[in-house]
Each structure stands twice: as C-alpha cells, then as structure tokens.
Design a protein around this ligand. Structure first.
Ligand code: ADP
Ligand code: MG
Length: 342
C-alpha cells in the first residue's frame, strides 16, 4: 500500500464523529477507554456488510459509509439505547483514497448527527468488507427487549414500509420508474435513516421493539416468539410512502405482480424502521410525544394470545403470505442472507 495503515487511519478515521467527554482514550492505543454514566447499562451491537452480499460493490462510498453505521445505530434504537461510541473494522482490497474519503465522509456525517464518536477499529487488506460495532447505554433495566410484548399491546411502526425492497426491484430489474420516485426510493435503500431520534423520544413508553432489517413479518415474529404471544396486523394500516404509491399506480404496475406489491411492505428487508409495542393505556402519551417532536409512527396491529401472526385484509379476510412473495427477495444484494429464516 502506498499509504501506510497508520497514515490511512490518521487521515480518515481519527476523531471521526463528535468528540465526547466520556471517551477517556479513543483511537491510537491498543484499546479505547470509555466511562459509562452511573446507573446505566452498556448496550453493544455489531453488524458486517460484505460486498456482493449486502451491497453492490459499485455503490457510492458516501452512501456505504452512511449505511454501515446506520444499520448499527438502528440496532441501538431497537434497544431504546442512547448511541455513544462506535468501532470500525475495515477490510479493503486496495487503498483507494477517493473511495476512503467518500466512505469516511458518509460515516462521520451520520456519526455527528447522532452525537457518536469513532473510538477505534481495525484496518486490513482483503475482499471489501465492513464491520461496525456500535455501543450506547440505557438506564439500568430500561432496555427494550424482544421478550417484553404483552397481550393487549398495540403494535406500531415508524416511517414507511417496502421502499428499500422496491428500490432493490428497480435496481435489479432495471424497471423504468419515473426518475423522481426512483431517487427517493434508492435513497431509502442506500441511506436508511436509523430511528434513534424516535427511540429516544419514546423512552419509558415502549415494551418490546425490533428494527426491521429482514422485513416486517419476519422481524415481528422474533418478538412474538421471544414474548410467547400472537398478533393481528391490519394490512390497510401499513404505512406506504408517496413514492411507493405513485410507482404502484403508474404503468410499471404491469411489470410487477399484485402479489409482489402486497408482499413488499410485509416481507422485503432493509427499511430499518422500528417496530415496537406499547401498553394500550400509553397510546395517547406515545402519540403526543411523537407529534411534539414532529415524528411519525403508525399503529398497525395488536398483540394477543395467538395463534401466531395473522394479517387481516381491508375486507376482513385473512391474507395468506405466498411463498413466492418471499422468493422475490432472496439472494439479492441489499438483503441479508436469511440463513435461519426462510
Ligand atoms: P493493534 O495492532 O494494536 O491492534 P492497530 O494498528 O490495528 O493496533 O490500530 C491502531 C489504532 O488505530 C488502534 O487504536 C485502533 O483502534 C485504531 N484503528 C485501526 N483501524 C481503524 C479504523 N478503521 N477506524 C478507526 N480506528 C482504527
Ligand atoms: Mg489491530
């Protein structure tokens, strides 16, 4: 490498994000030293993105830097944690300074938005792969766990569903969508918004939560299994973006089956929205809290005693998820490998 590993770290990855008072020692020693606020617990998560599996190798590096951090911040949001520190292990085929400059810019700008500091990592040569570890904290005992949903809880989801999945269809099949919608949808796939602001606003109000990386049905089932409960979803209440609706309405509708349009918001991954449950008596407080902060979440169903997960159509009939609905999304870059899911 023309540039040494140390120069590279110095140039692109020292002091990325926001300098924090609770970082006793960051990049530069064998390990970082952090001080955790009294009465809090550490919340830690890691995720790897591999070229060709989780992203297209030619994706814009600014977007990739953003997404590598976003998917990890999203995991902290799903625990109700305040994000604070992050580590970055980068495996690079070669030193491409233009690429590194874009990557670190996308990474650092999202880190700044969330008050996060990059406190260390590792840099190696090999096939392009990015591992991020995100750390944050919650008040003792206050984390949102998947096993805490209770019958009677209302189910909410932030943002809109199916946009990233539709963007993937557009990219893979090169569908002739109107440019305006295309850009908006591709942005949802390549630069997802982790819902940490929503998570912090809902502090103390949520029972169970999960972030939607694999698709609503698949991810919600994790909550149902861990909590040993069932759920009913109202499909008419699923929030769809205006870009999604516009695409469905225009001539491209003919190229995608109605079954696929139905399946996208339910089963396509990569939206990184938050799905959470709250006790019914907290509904007013939750909705007030969200609107006060200009945030959006929709009520989409209710937790009950089962059996399983039932999806009710607007005519009252049960929707049967078609196996082929899932198959559309299998094995595509941008969608995590579903080793144990499908
Ligand atoms: P060691 O050989 O002791 O593991 P390294 O040479 O791997 O140390 O790293 C030197 C310092 O640079 C460490 O503090 C490490 O955390 C940091 N570092 C290495 N790569 C990155 C990176 N991609 N982003 C942020 N910090 C990094
Ligand atoms: Mg090392």
């Amino acid at each position: 490498m023309a540039v040494s590993e140390f120069q590279l770290i110095e140039r692109y990855f020292t002091d990325a994000g926001v300098p924090r008072d609770d970082v006793v020692w960051g990049v530069g020693d064998d390990a970082a030293i952090l001080s955790l606020p009294a009465g809090h617990e550490l919340v830690v998560s890691t995720d790897t993105l591999v070229a060709g599996v989780h992203f297209f190798a030619d994706v814009d590096p600014v977007s990739l830097g953003h997404k590598a951090l976003a998917v990890n911040l999203s995991d902290l949001a799903a625990m109700g944690a305040q994000p604070a520190w992050v580590m970055l292990a980068l495996t690079l085929p070669q030193v491409d300074e233009q690429w590194l400059c874009g990557f670190s810019q996308g990474f650092s700008s999202l880190a700044c938005q969330h008050g996060v500091q990059l406190i260390g990592g590792d840099t190696t040569r090999g096939p392009l792969s990015i591992t991020v570890q995100a750390m944050g904290f919650v008040k003792q005992g206050a984390a949102w766990r998947r096993d805490a949903a209770t019958p009677g809880d209302l189910i909410y989801v932030t943002g809109t569903l199916g946009d990233a999945g539709l963007a993937l269809q557009i990219r893979e099949r090169r569908l002739p969508f109107v440019q305006h919608h295309c850009d908006e949808l591709l942005r949802r796939l390549e630069r997802p918004t982790p819902r940490n602001v929503e998570a912090l606003a809902l502090n103390g109000l949520v029972n169970a939560a999960i972030d939607l990386s694999d698709g609503l049905l698949s991810d919600l089932r994790h909550i149902l299994k861990a909590s040993e409960v069932g759920a009913e979803l109202n499909l008419a209440a699923l929030p769809l973006s205006s870009a999604f609706n516009a695409c469905q309405r225009d001539e491209c509708n003919e190229q995608l089956s109605s079954e696929l349009w139905q399946a996208l918001p339910l089963s396509a991954g990569d939206d990184y929205e938050l799905c959470f449950t709250i006790a019914a008596e907290k509904q007013d407080e939750v909705e007030q809290q969200l609107s006060q902060h200009g945030l959006i979440a929709h009520r989409i169903g209710v937790i009950d005693n089962g059996p399983g997960l039932r999806c009710v159509l607007s005519n009252g009939e049960l929707y049967q998820a078609q196996q082929s609905g899932y198959e559309h999304f299998q094995g595509a870059p941008g969608v995590d490998e579903q080793v144990n899911e499908r």
